[in-house]
Design a binder for this molecule. Sequence first.
Ligand code: AMP
Length: 172
Amino acid sequence: MDLKNIIRNVPDFPIKGIQFKDITTLLKDKDGFRYCIDQITQHCEGLNIDYIAGIEARGFIIGAPVAYNLGIGFIPIRKKGRLPYKVEQITYQLEYGESTIEIHQDAFRKGDRIMVVDDLLATGGTTLAVFKLIERLNGIVVGADFIIELEMLRGREKLQGYEVFSLVKYDI
Ligand code: AMP
């Protein structure tokens, strides 16, 4: 399946110079959406994963159906202030400014094996922050699965030592 045909590129969004990869055109394509979920599910099979963790908001759209397919639970990682119970949080640098994300302290048990799912790997900063959050709670990070990888931003290098998988790579 040629995913590049159904992922829309929007130049200069949200700021000048960014080539924004818009997955809404992929999500509404029933065959493309199913293909992505099934490919990521297949990659997770055999890795002995206890939970899929997804990052708000696009990570929820991709991660939840993967967890459903695998017959395992889904853990939401949310922006600061949205989770109602006791949280562990981490603040990390974005290209512009910083962001704080949170996970429930009782989201999983010590030693559980977790795969992180998101729509897109850019610099890897967000994913690395999620990895740290999980490891602080004594979870085992198996790796991270993405639909899109922006190779020139070298996010994969930041995530060395983990299983990193993506379905379509861009070098622009
Ligand atoms: P990262 O630099 O890997 O921390 O990227 C953070 C998040 O920003 C990713 O999970 C994407 O959802 C989003 N993102 C970054 N760059 C792009 C882009 N060019 N197009 C669409 N989403 C992006």
